[in-house]
Write a protein that binds this ligand. Structure first.
Ligand SMILES: [Zn+2]
Length: 317
């Protein structure tokens, strides 16, 4: 597949006065036109990408406002911090002459960026000018993904699979944050030559689904925290469950002794050890009923005794 350069050529290099005022809004010292290098990139679009995901108009518009002021780096690595660019302007655009793979009008997010002309940035600037550095990837957070087959955010349809002749893809919605964009080697988006590495916030259900279905999985910090909290809560629940089970076993043993006094203790242990909590509960209820039939409740015995005593008193001489 041929990748197009989205570092728009006529925008490379010299900034306008308007650009300069925006750029100086981000720099500590007032920069002059010859101190900076400007270029524009297409950050993302509404086409279905290689991961069978797409942005829609609403998501792109949200990203338009979120990406202003964000940095551009190399290979999503903070190690290359001495070679960074900053986004000073973004624009959501529609190209009616162009269509997405499924025939929708092509929409994209264009960003204008700058970097300081310095010895350190010399190679980066040359790579942008010559079109070597042309593919970018965005890193952002999306709250949910809508299925193209059923229109639901949570379902069993798998993106990339075909259902009744229709390939399933997911639309990324509820964009909550944009982290950075990066020059990358391998792009994922079809038209833009733009790839993305999502720091998607997944629901616990989605995280678990991914663990079951995907061969490899990338989780961001928030997702990892969510997963670890979830495991802690499971641990707590399982401890509670163990305690509950212990209580059920004790109860069952007591009722066994009452209902079936002749049964041996190790035999009871054998019976109880492999029962589920649910079966234990049912067994306890039955044994309790049985025990009650054999032994009347203590209070009833007491009342009867008392009655006898009073009647005896009446006939005392
Ligand atoms: Zn679905």
């Amino acid at each position: 597949m041929i990748k197009k350069s989205y570092v728009t050529e006529n925008q490379v290099g010299v900034p306008t006065d308007e650009d300069m005022s925006l750029i100086n809004g981000y720099s500590l010292k007032t920069l002059t036109k010859d101190e900076i290098f400007c270029f524009s990139v297409i950050l993302c679009d509404n086409d279905i990408d290689r991961d069978f995901e797409r942005f829609n108009e609403e998501s792109l518009k949200k990203l338009e406002s979120l990406f202003v002021g964000k940095t551009g780096i190399l290979n999503h690595s903070m190690k290359s911090e001495d070679q960074t660019c900053r986004t000073y302007k973004t624009q959501f655009l529609v190209d009616n002459d162009k269509r997405t793979a499924d025939g929708q009008p092509y929409m994209y997010l264009k960003a204008w960026c700058y970097t300081v002309r310095s010895e350190k940035n010399e190679s980066l600037i040359k790579d942008i000018e010559s079109g070597i550095k042309k593919e970018v990837s965005v890193s952002c957070a999306s709250g949910s993904r809508i299925c193209s087959i059923c229109g639901k955010p949570h379902c069993s349809h798998i993106q990339g699979k075909t259902y009744d002749g229709e390939v399933c893809y997911k639309t990324l919605v509820d964009i909550t944050d944009a982290y950075e964009w990066s020059f990358v080697a391998v792009p994922a988006q079809r038209q833009a030559g733009v790839t993305k590495s999502f720091k998607k916030e997944k629901s616990m259900e989605n995280i678990l689904k991914s663990i079951r279905e995907e061969k490899s999985l990338t989780l961001n910090e928030k997702d990892l925290k969510k997963l670890s909290d979830y495991m802690d809560s499971l641990k707590e629940k399982s401890l509670d469950g163990e305690k509950y089970r212990e209580a059920l076993v004790t109860d069952a043993k007591k009722n066994f002794a009452l209902a079936l006094p002749s049964i041996e203790e190790n035999c009871v242990d054998d019976i109880l050890k492999n029962l589920s909590s649910e079966t234990l509960e049912a067994l306890c209820t039955s044994l309790e009923k049985q025990a009650k039939k054999i032994l009347p409740p203590v209070s009833q015995l007491y009342v009867e005794e008392k009655t006898n005593d009073t009647s005896n008193n009446e006939f005392k001489f």
